[in-house]
Design a protein. Structure first.
Length: 257
């Protein structure tokens, strides 16, 4: 999944949509988005994270590595070594081990009501879904009856398999199955990629695009002098532009990493 649509990239660059242009820009898009993800230390796209290890902190709240958290599948607590010298893990059960699982609006942590994460090193395994979903994109995932999923959109979200909802956070499915979710128009997202991250991606692509041989090839040049007749223009290349673009989204860096 691209963090920004190709059409939005091309519009930002001021170039028309064509196969040649798109094929030329695609590697730059991939490089820019890879750079953003590496800087933030986050995957960003909607992804399942299976059995990630966490240290218990003696609190009811635990910060996960990836966000926004969409859904928590299982939480397992380490329970020692069995007679075969294998690790044993107990799966926490809602209404038995804890009252309820809460994902705050910011969606970077989980809170277990009436439960304390036992202090220890790598004594919890958590499986969860986190990340953003591109606009007008079909997203399919398994859902469990009675579990709550965090789904936000600016307009109607279509659950093509097991029901429908609109502009919903904390949707609870009434049946177990596979939910295919898509938004009703191209301007909405299931938890949208933040606009400042999208803008940073666009700026990086523009920076790389303008530095290609086809667009004056400024990479590595500190200054240029362009003389035409009696006129002379000096062009100073900003070598720190990339880092400043990345610094503008530093507040989105991953937690608990």
């Amino acid at each position: 999944m691209s963090l920004v649509t190709n059409a939005a990239y091309l519009y930002y660059l001021g170039v028309s949509q064509s196969e040649t242009i798109t094929n030329t820009i695609t590697p730059l898009i991939n490089s820019a988005e890879k750079r953003v993800k590496e800087f933030l230390n986050r995957d960003l796209e909607w992804t399942a994270y299976t059995d990630e290890l966490y240290d218990g902190n003696g609190k009811s709240k635990l910060t996960l590595r990836q966000f926004p958290i969409i859904y928590v599948s299982t939480i397992k607590e380490y329970n020692g070594i069995d007679s075969n010298d294998d690790e044993t893990w107990d799966t926490l059960v809602e209404h038995t081990d804890y009252d309820r699982l809460i994902i705050p609006i910011e969606a970077f942590c989980i809170y277990l009501d009436n439960y304390t994460f036992t202090s220890g090193d790598q004594n919890y395994k958590i499986t969860y879904y986190a990340g953003y979903t591109a606009g007008n994109t079909l997203t399919t995932g398994s859902c469990v009856a009675g579990k709550k999923y965090r789904i936000a959109a600016h307009s109607v979200v279509d659950f093509t398999t097991i029901g429908s909802s609109s502009n919903t956070v904390g949707t609870q499915f009434v049946a177990t199955g596979t939910a295919s979710m898509s938004v009703s128009d191209s301007l909405t997202e299931l938890i949208a990629v933040p606009e400042d991250i999208q803008l940073a991606c666009k700026k990086l692509v523009a920076l790389y695009w303008r530095s290609t041989p086809a667009n004056q090839n400024f990479i590595g040049v500190q200054s240029l002098s362009d003389s035409a007749g009696s006129a002379s223009n000096n062009i100073n290349i900003d070598l720190g532009a990339e880092q400043r673009i990345l610094d503008s989204i530093e507040h989105h860096k991953a937690y608990n990493v």
